[in-house]
Design a protein around this ligand. Structure first.
Ligand code: TPP
Ligand code: MG
Length: 672
């Protein structure tokens, strides 16, 4: 068999596996895998350096399928090259309990580098991976010891390039000159509504050239030309590369090629037969993999083992030459924090206050930076406001990939998906900041971080009407509830500087999901903890900050963040009237919900119905904590432009109002 015949058989196998997987599931997207099979085959067999038997090999090339609807393409490649994705899983595509879900899910399927499906996200994830490779290489590599040295490849589609997030990420990737990022664009002229002429007619390559990318155009079914283009892309080391591969969606389907009909529906039994006949394939065989095809693909196993073995040897040589760096590198990859890191955490004396929690957060970051060499991050152009800058470290720029301060530009969505890519790559502790109100711009990426269990830290400052004069456009109201609604996202709104320290401690220790820190712009008191509980109660989500001096209080005041100080002041006022109040600081619903019931009941005894929650945001959800007889002081409207003290007064966030509402609630609960 000639090489050309074997290559063609391999490509047809990819196509028919995708066709059969979708047909059997009676749902899915056959068109893209059929169209991109040549490109994927060339990339995966001639270029991609990976080890199917160890998908976690740190120095592997990363492959991102940004057009996640083409999942059967990826699953077929994983099976064929010898990952732990057996044929039975291809036959079980999209079924309950399978590891071959509709769109690729990180953590579920060996070899899937990121969760994709929401178009554009994978594009930005790949930029985050390439950034991380560049950072780790600049930080740890030594002359003659390139222990971090790999490419990040991706397949991106029309939809990916239409989405705004890819524009953000592409602009930044071009600016940063990420030379080891290579994207293959499935330029098939088709999306769901029909021809891309309907809504997508700019010159894409010129756009990417303007971003500073190296661009090429090839026939996406000419395998020699594809290989040539990838080699050319590799040779350009100071620009990311986009290779537009002109392909035909549904390639080979006599009646559906080049139509949107083949994008997201099974071909149908008859068209499957016709297509297989057109390929010269036996139309009666399903999930057929010729022996010589499997043998050829499985060469990846041996090559992968050899690549990793070489790398392990190189790592050993590096460890001998640079033992301290090697230890840091090991720790960075494992996600371990260095011994004694907690000793560097600052404590704030009440005299240092009042202090905004964003300012406290900046101090924590800067105190930890020397101990955590792979703690890297920045802000979407709000570094001075978010207090995210690491003062003694240079910025990350094309001229210095070892820099630790990221200027993401005004690109919240791109930033967050890039942070996800950084976490997915591994080896770094990524954080990023913006105003809480603009968390909405990041939301789709936050959702994926949560779904993918990524350790990403989000610094959201200006967390309420407390930001004052900038007005309702900048004042978050519904964002607290909206973030709490995302499963597996831990939201923490610390009440003072010392709770902020504890919040960072929790965030750095959490490895299985993102953490959002909600921080004030305005200065707030640092509690004198004499007679109060210590701030490390934060780790339990809610704790009794200040008690009533009796077993059962008359009323419980729950609050988060800046409003805890109101509860503390009301506690004293109520005491003057002989009323015993308990103040519960409740920085994190998620952390509290995770506590044993006995602890939760000790903080919020079920027998005490008189409860008031105070938080400068929508009241939604607080019913859960105050119960049917409680009251909530919140803000179910947009804020306004005025000095924050005026706003607090106007919207009822005053000690007087808390006292009044407490008395009412006690009264009501007695009449029950
Ligand atoms: C953010 C987002 N919006 C909408 C969709 C639904 N959707 C899936 S694929 C697609 C577009 C398909 O066009 P293209 O990206 O060119 O893929 P092709 O049909 O060529 O495979 C759309 C709108 C999505 N997955 N993500
Ligand atoms: Mg398309």
């Amino acid at each position: 068999m000639t090489r050309e015949t074997l290559d063609q058989l391999c490509v047809t196998t990819i196509r028919t596996l995708a066709i059969d997987g979708v047909q059997k599931a009676n749902s899915g997207h056959p068109g893209m895998p059929m169209g991109m099979a040549d490109v994927a085959y060339v990339l995966w067999t001639q270029f991609l350096r990976h080890n199917p038997k160890n998908p976690d090999w740190p120095n592997r090339d990363r492959f991102v399928l940004s057009a996640g609807h083409g999942s059967m393409l990826l699953y077929s490649l994983l099976y064929l090259t010898g990952y732990d994705v057996p044929m039975a899983q291809l036959k079980n595509f999209r079924q309950w309990g399978s590891i071959t879900p509709g769109h690729p899910e990180y953590g579920l399927t060996p070899g899937v580098e990121t969760t994709t499906g929401p178009l554009g996200q994978g594009f930005a994830n790949g930029v985050g991976m390439a950034i991380t490779e560049a950072f780790l290489a600049a930080t740890f590599n030594r002359p003659g010891h390139p222990i971090v040295d790999h490419y990040t490849y991706g397949i991106v589609s029309d939809g990916d390039l239409m989405e705004g997030i890819s524009h953000e990420a592409a602009s930044l990737a071009g600016h940063l000159k990420l030379g080891k990022l290579i994207y293959l664009y499935d330029d098939n002229h088709i999306s769901i509504d029909g021809s891309t002429d309907l809504a997508f007619t700019e010159d894409r390559l010129k756009r990417f050239e303007a971003y500073g990318w190296h661009t090429q155009q090839v026939d996406g079914h000419d395998r020699a030309a594809i290989a040539e283009a990838i080699r050319a892309a590799q040779a350009v080391t100071d620009r990311p590369s986009l290779i537009a591969c002109r392909t035909h969606i549904g390639y080979g389907s006599p009646n559906k090629v080049d139509t949107s009909a083949v994008h997201g529906s099974p071909l149908g039994a008859e068209e499957v037969r016709l297509t297989k006949q057109a390929y010269g394939w036996d139309p009666d065989r399903q999930f057929y993999v010729p022996d010589e095809v499997l043998a050829h693909f499985r060469g990846a196993v041996e090559r992968g083992a050899a690549w990793e073995a070489d790398w392990q040897n190189a790592l050993q040589a590096y460890s001998r030459a640079f033992p301290a760096e090697a230890e840091q590198f090991r720790r960075a990859l494992s996600g371990e924090l260095p011994p004694g890191w907690e000793d560097a955490l600052p404590t704030f004396s009440p005299d240092a206050g009042p202090l905004a929690t964003r300012a406290a957060s900046g101090k924590v970051l800067n105190a930890l930076a020397p101990l955590l060499p792979t703690l890297i991050g920045g802000s979407a152009d709000l570094a001075p406001s978010n207090n995210t800058y690491l003062k003694d470290y240079p910025p990350f720029q094309a001229e210095n990939f070892a820099g630790r301060n990221f200027h993401f530009g005004v690109r919240e969505h791109g930033m967050t998906a890039i942070l996800n890519g950084m976490a997915l790559h591994g080896g770094v502790i990524p954080y990023g900041g913006t105003f809480l109100v603009f968390s909405d711009y990041s939301r789709p990426a936050i959702r994926l971080a949560a779904m993918s269990h990524l350790p990403v830290i989000l610094v959201f400052t200006h967390d309420s009407i407390g930001l004052g004069e900038d007005g309702p456009t900048h004042q978050p109201v519904e964002q607290l509830a909206a973030l709490r609604a995302i499963p597996n996202l831990t939201v923490i709104r610390p009440a003072d500087a010392n709770e902020t320290v504890q919040a960072w401690k929790v965030a750095l220790q959490k490895r299985d999901g993102p953490v959002a820190l909600l921080l004030t712009r305005q200065k707030i008191p640092i509690f004198d903890r004499t007679g109060m509980a210590p701030a490390d109660g934060l780790a339990r989500g809610a704790y009794v900050l200040l008690d009533a001096g009796r077993v059962y209080p008359d009323v419980i005041l729950l609050a988060s963040g800046s409003e805890v100080a109101l509860a503390v002041a009301a506690h004293a006022r109520l005491a003057e009237q002989g009323i015993a109040a308990r103040v519960v600081s409740m920085p994190s619903w998620e952390l509290f919900q995770a506590q044993p019931e006995s602890y939760r009941h000790s903080v919020l005894p079920p027998g005490i119905a008189a409860r008031i929650a105070i938080e400068a945001g929508v009241t939604m959800g607080w019913e859960r904590w105050v119960g049917p007889h409680g009251a909530i002081i919140g803000l179910n409207r947009f804020g306004a432009s005025a000095p924050y003290r005026v706003l607090y007064e106007h919207f009822g966030f005053t000690v007087e109002n808390v006292v009044l509402r407490a008395l009412e609630t006690i009264d009501k609960s007695k009449k029950r």
